[in-house]
Design a protein. Structure first.
Length: 149
C-alpha cells in the first residue's frame, strides 16, 4: 500500500463529510499557535530548546497505535507537507491501511527558487483554524492514552 496525496480543500471535505481523522504531526508549540480545526497532535519531531533543533519523537508510532486503529482513515498534515509525508510512510509501513498526506499542510509549500506557491496551505485556503487545544486533541492527552505521558 502506498501513501496517498490530497490538497487541503479535499482534506477538509474528507474530514468534515467522511469523518476522516486529521493528525497534525508538527511540534506541540507549532500546533498550539494554530492548527486545522478538529486536528489531533502527534508530533513526528520535538523541538528541543536547549539545542534549538528538532529531534525525532521516539513515541510517535506507539502513540499513534494506542489512539488510532490500523483501519482508521487518516489525513496526515504538517507545516508544508514534508514531515507529514515522512510520518505517512512510517504509518503505512506499520500497517495502517488508509493514510493520506495533506500536501501544503497548514502553512503551504513554496518553490524555494521562485517563492511561488506550489501547494496551498490550510490557513491560506481560509479553512477553519483553531488556536486552542480542545480536550482529546493535544499530544499530552494522546500520549497518556498510550501510557507514555
Amino acid at each position: 500500500m502506498s501513501l496517498k496525496q490530497v490538497d487541503v480543500k479535499t482534506a477538509y471535505t474528507r474530514q468534515t463529510e467522511d469523518g476522516q481523522v486529521y493528525v497534525d504531526v508538527r511540534s506541540v508549540p507549532e500546533f498550539e499557535k494554530g492548527h486545522p480545526a478538529g486536528a489531533r497532535n502527534v508530533p513526528l519531531l520535538h523541538f528541543v530548546e536547549s539545542t534549538g533543533r528538532m529531534h525525532p519523537n521516539p513515541d510517535f508510532l506507539t502513540v499513534m497505535q494506542a489512539n488510532f486503529s490500523p483501519d482508521t482513515a487518516l489525513l496526515v498534515g504538517c507545516q508544508m507537507g514534508g514531515r507529514s509525508a515522512q510520518a505517512g510512510q512510517a504509518l503505512v509501513a506499520a500497517g495502517y491501511q488508509d493514510v493520506t498526506n495533506v500536501a501544503g499542510g497548514f502553512g503551504g509549500a513554496r518553490d524555494r527558487m521562485t517563492g511561488h506557491v506550489v501547494a496551498e496551505g490550510w490557513a491560506d485556503a481560509g479553512l477553519p483554524v483553531e488556536q486552542d487545544t480542545p480536550t482529546g486533541s493535544g499530544y499530552d492527552e494522546l500520549q497518556k492514552i498510550a501510557g507514555q505521558g
